[in-house]
Ligand binder design. Structure first.
Ligand code: CTP
Length: 416
């Protein structure tokens, strides 16, 4: 069994939070609050323009640290060198078109850009601007230059921009920015652009099988692992379709198409429709194995009737169908949530399931004792059909997702 790559120790860490001069700066107050509540020491470095949107007093109060923006402020401390050298992560949000241009050119005309030049830690730039600016060839080129230097430039969300217009270029929600930052603190190389242009389908959530119009058979899946897979794949450049059954109240990942379904039948239809165009299909959904044979058209009443036994029929196995009908070269990944029993432990059941389902990769999670369901953290094993078994480190679900995408990417080979 191989061990997944080294991971960095847990928080608290030193983060430089650069703030660009865009209206989305106000949303970054929430990013700062979440990072400091997680125990991190966050030094805010706004640009001069950012201070027109949110003033120093707000940043200083929320971070508990003094705030400077010019290279001639606090000169004896040489902050542009010290900040970059000592940071574990530099996060910039919103990264405006102007800031991306200055960073791509290596300018050092304010404290934030100078810090970007002295930083040797991961750098995460989270763009926000109008769609026209995001899609302009100059910005596209600047983003390419930055990514070629291993700077992570996040995919912006689509949706309502300032004013009445909407499109790509919206700042992702604070929780999503913090999730990406936390991932990079745990694993500096978690977000390469190795899935650029790849078509990916991911299923997630728990299906519900109706008994009558108000009751159903369901399961405890929250959908969080599938959302993390979708978020990480999109940030690695993939075109992601996320087919979501019932989930906790989760944020749609930036740049991901989300299709909602309810029952196993609807899940099957949506997955089989999307799969032929995909280079990768990941079945992270908890699909009900059985459904009531005879769902009632009206509510089953308690008064005046003895309870009927519920008879069940077997649902088709979508993963098995996918593997049988897949186009050449498509990578298919399954999930297995296991408890272990008298027939074997979690890993033994996982190995049997990989053989039975014949998928390329199977992620095995141990459920029970707080693991896998309804929580933000996960751990497990990644089993490959060539016999390689990798133990995955305990951590956020996005960390597990990053290791899954590494394995998928290695199977896909170089992009077209
Ligand atoms: N799966 C599926 N269709 C089903 C049941 C499961 O596609 N009807 C997929 C799941 O999305 C997951 C994998 O199969 O990727 C394993 O699901 P799991 O429920 O663990 O396996 P089962 O075959 O149902 O085995 P068991 O419940 O007996 O452990």
């Amino acid at each position: 069994m191989t061990q997944a790559g080294p991971v960095r120790p847990d928080p608290p860490r030193r983060i430089v939070l650069g703030v660009g001069g865009g209206i989305a700066a106000y949303k970054v107050c929430e990013v700062l609050r979440r990072l400091t509540e997680a125990g991190h020491r966050v030094q805010v470095v706004p640009t001069e323009a950012a201070l027109r949107f949110v003033g120093s007093a707000t940043w200083e109060a929320l971070s508990g640290l003094p705030v400077h923006h010019g290279v001639f402020d606090d000169v004896p401390e040489v902050p542009h060198v010290r900040l970059g050298q000592t940071a574990d992560l530099v996060l910039v949000a919103p990264a405006t078109a102007d800031l991306l241009a200055r960073a791509a050119h290596g300018r050092a005309d304010d404290l934030l850009c100078a810090t970007l030049l002295t930083a040797r830690c991961p750098i995460l730039l989270v763009p926000a601007m109008h769609t026209e600016m995001w899609e302009h060839p100059a910005t596209v080129h600047n983003v390419e230059v930055l990514r070629s230097r291993k700077t992570v430039v996040a995919q912006p969300a689509s949706g309502r921009l300032t004013g009445a217009d909407s499109g790509a270029g919206r700042l992702p929600e604070a929780a999503e920015i913090v999730e990406l930052a936390t991932l990079l603190l745990r694993r500096a190389d978690a977000l390469p652009r190795d899935l650029a242009g790849r078509q990916v389908v991911i299923s997630t959530g728990g299906t519900q099988e109706p008994l009558d119009p108000v009751r159903y058979l369901g399961n405890r899946s929250s959908g969080r692992q599938g959302y993390a897979l979708a978020r990480v794949a999109a940030q690695r450049g993939a075109q992601v379709t996320l087919i979501a059954a019932h989930t906790a109240d989760l944020l749609d990942p930036a740049g991901v198409e989300v299709i909602r379904v309810s029952s196993a039948g609807e899940m099957r239809e949506a997955v089989l429709k999307a799969a032929p165009q995909a280079e990768v299909v990941v079945m992270a959904a908890a699909v009900a194995d059985f459904r009531p044979a005879d769902p009632r058209p009206s509510k089953i009443k308690k008064v005046g009737s003895d309870p009927d036994p519920v008879s069940l029929v077997v649902n088709p196995d979508i993963l098995v169908e996918l593997v049988r009908g897949r186009p050449q070269g498509q990578v298919v990944v399954g999930f297995a949530a296991e408890t272990g029993d008298s027939h074997g432990d979690v890993l033994t059941h996982g190995r049997v399931k990989l053989a039975r389902k014949s998928c390329d990769l199977l992620v095995v999670n141990a459920v029970g004792r707080g693991g896998a369901f309804e929580v933000d953290h996960n751990t497990g094993w990644l089993l490959s059909d060539d016999g390689v078994e990798t133990e995955l480190p305990e951590g956020p679900k996005s960390l597990l997702a990053s290791y899954v995408w590494d394995a998928v990417s290695a199977r896909l080979g170089p992009g077209s």
